[in-house]
Unconditional design. Structure first.
Length: 77
């Protein structure tokens, strides 16, 4: 099995502008091909996104980074 291809989405600038980030997350999720994963970079643990995407059949592996941001990897179950 080949390693997964990863798309990274840093939504910190979106949040800093005061915009709702989930629309952008959904747009990227919709473009994932079979075997691709999404890495989401956020300023806080993205609990709402984790819950919504788990309900849509994704697993989530959140990890706090040394700079205080979060890196959450989503893959299809």
């Amino acid at each position: 099995m080949s390693p997964a291809k990863i798309k990274t989405l840093d939504i910190r600038p979106v949040i800093a502008r005061g915009e709702e980030p989930f629309k952008k997350i959904r747009e990227v999720i919709a473009t994932l091909a079979d075997g691709e994963e999404l890495v989401l970079v956020t300023p806080f643990l993205p609990s709402p996104a984790i819950e919504r995407l788990q309900a849509d059949g994704f697993s989530a592996r959140p990890e706090r980074r040394p700079d205080g941001s979060w890196r959450t990897q989503f893959s299809r179950l």
